[in-house]
Design a binder for this molecule. Structure first.
Ligand code: ARG
Length: 460
């Protein structure tokens, strides 16, 4: 058995069970790029500060390049007996270049090393997610552009409420997604501080330059407090919180589309390329991708809860518990990236069923509120007009007709204020055209919103 990097004081080797239980290489090898990047910056800083020679720096950098290439080519052998990604790479470097490698861990602990790697990893992950969010926003905007003028029933309580432009509805999702990237970018700026040089917890007496490594790694500055630097994972909690909100948004989008693809709604027709079938019912065509978007949001929330619970009650500073921080974060990122990708794919592969939508519009008295507003225009207090229109709806139910089918005589039986011009307010097209408040579903407002997003996303 190889002697551990930390093996000096030990007289016995760890049991196989302990080795198996404590290793993290099986998952933290995902940090290799960031670990190597951190080591490069650290080695150059050590050389600049005179803590290692330039010759040693050169061999370390060349050695790290070789190791990175090997990993990328799948030639690197990850060893569980070398515990984690940090010691696998350091030990491999020692195998490769000998003595100089033994100087790399000067003024460094795995505690500040892993915190640095993890922040770098999360920073990259945030950038990838923000990019995917934008892809989905673009897919939604393109869908809006393709479906100009389409009116759909808007719902509250899943009951028909008021007519809205389909574009308006699609852009509501684009707005949510925009806040999702905003949250991630906020998190990114708070996360972007460098733990390296905090060492085990107390810093070091060796003359290191933390500002140099922080700069080289693209951080805003070194973290002020070495104890804080190695012990907190709030950046990851914040990241997974933002991911969870994104996932919940996507889950709601999933639900919307699953409903709309049903025979009962029939508003959208997904292409075969984004549908799956049944192993028993030959006729089935299911919107599984969006169901799974809805379903996978559960694990993203679960990942957040795992991380929060992990950190609850930990004493300062580093504790080995923190090794468990990686898998939930990796899972959350992998899952959210997949959810975003598939949602965009789905958006690009559905068409709106105009016939079904048109047939749905006359049902549910979507123009009732507009009719109440008509009476307000004529000076009727809103509460009174609400009551009058309520009675109009009851009359429609009796006659099995729509509001616009009521004769002027019928209407006047309920209020003498109704005039000929009332028919300009009835029917979904008229009703939609009456909306004009900022942010409303009126066609000018929606056109303005669409223009805003086309410009902001550089699409269209
Ligand atoms: N694999 C460890 C982790 O992920 C690295 C830090 C270990 N530090 C220690 N003192 N055992 O947290």
């Amino acid at each position: 058995k190889e002697i551990k990097l930390w093996g000096g004081r030990f007289q016995e080797s760890v049991t196989d069970a302990v080795e198996r239980f404590t290793e993290s290489i099986s998952f933290d090898k995902d940090l290799y790029k960031h670990d190597i990047r951190g080591s490069r910056a650290h080695a150059s800083m050590l050389a600049k500060q005179g803590l290692i020679s330039v010759g040693d720096e050169d061999s370390i950098l060349t050695g790290l390049d070789a190791i990175e290439r090997r990993i990328q080519n799948g030639e690197f052998v990850w060893r569980a007996d070398r515990e984690d990604v940090h010691m696998n790479i350091e030990a491999a470097l020692t195998d490769l270049i000998g003595e100089p490698a033994k100087k790399l861990h000067t003024a460094r602990s795995r505690n500040d090393q892993v915190a640095t790697d993890f922040r770098l990893w999360c920073r990259d992950a945030i950038d990838s997610i923000v990019e995917r969010i934008k892809d989905l926003q673009i897919a939604m905007v393109d869908l809006a552009i393709k479906n100009a003028g389409t009116i759909v029933p808007g719902y509250t309580h899943l009951q028909r409420a008021q007519p809205v432009l389909l574009q308006h509805l699609l852009l509501a999702f684009v707005e949510q997604l925009d806040r999702d990237s905003g949250r991630l970018l906020d998190c990114r700026s708070r996360l972007n501080f460098c733990p390296l040089g905090a060492c085990a917890l107390a810093g070091t007496g060796l003359p290191i330059d933390r500002f140099m490594t922080s700069n080289a790694l693209g951080f805003s500055s070194p973290l002020r407090n070495s104890i804080d630097a190695v012990s907190d994972r709030d950046f990851a909690m914040e990241f997974l919180s933002a991911n969870s909100i994104t996932a919940i948004h996507l889950s709601r989008l999933g639900e919307e589309w699953v409903l709309w693809a049903s025979e009962e709604f029939g508003f959208i027709a997904p292409n075969d390329s984004v549908s799956t079938g049944s192993s028993i019912m030959p006729q089935k065509k299911n919107p599984d991708p969006m169901e799974l978007v809805r379903g996978k949001s559960a694990r993203v929330v679960g990942d957040l809860v795992t991380l929060l619970t992990l950190c609850k009650g930990l004493p300062l500073a580093y504790n080995r518990d923190l090794q468990e921080d990686k898998e939930p974060v990796f899972d959350s990122v992998r899952t959210v990236l997949g959810m975003l990708e598939v949602s965009a794919e789905f958006a690009r592969n559905i068409s709106f069923n105009q016939d079904r939508i048109k047939k749905a519009l006359p049902l549910g008295h979507l123009d009732a509120t507009t009719l109440a507003d008509y009476l307000v225009h004529k000076g009727v207090p809103f509460r009174t007009s609400h009551d009058i229109v309520g009675k109009c709806v009851t009359m429609c139910l009796g006659k099995n007709c729509q509001l616009k089918d009521l004769s002027l005589n019928d209407l006047r039986m309920l209020s003498p204020i109704f005039g000929d011009d009332v028919y300009e307010f009835l029917g979904v097209e008229n009703a939609v055209s009456k909306f004009s408040s900022y942010g409303s579903t009126g066609s000018e407002c929606v056109a303005g919103q669409l223009q805003y997003w086309i410009q902001k996303l550089g699409t269209g």
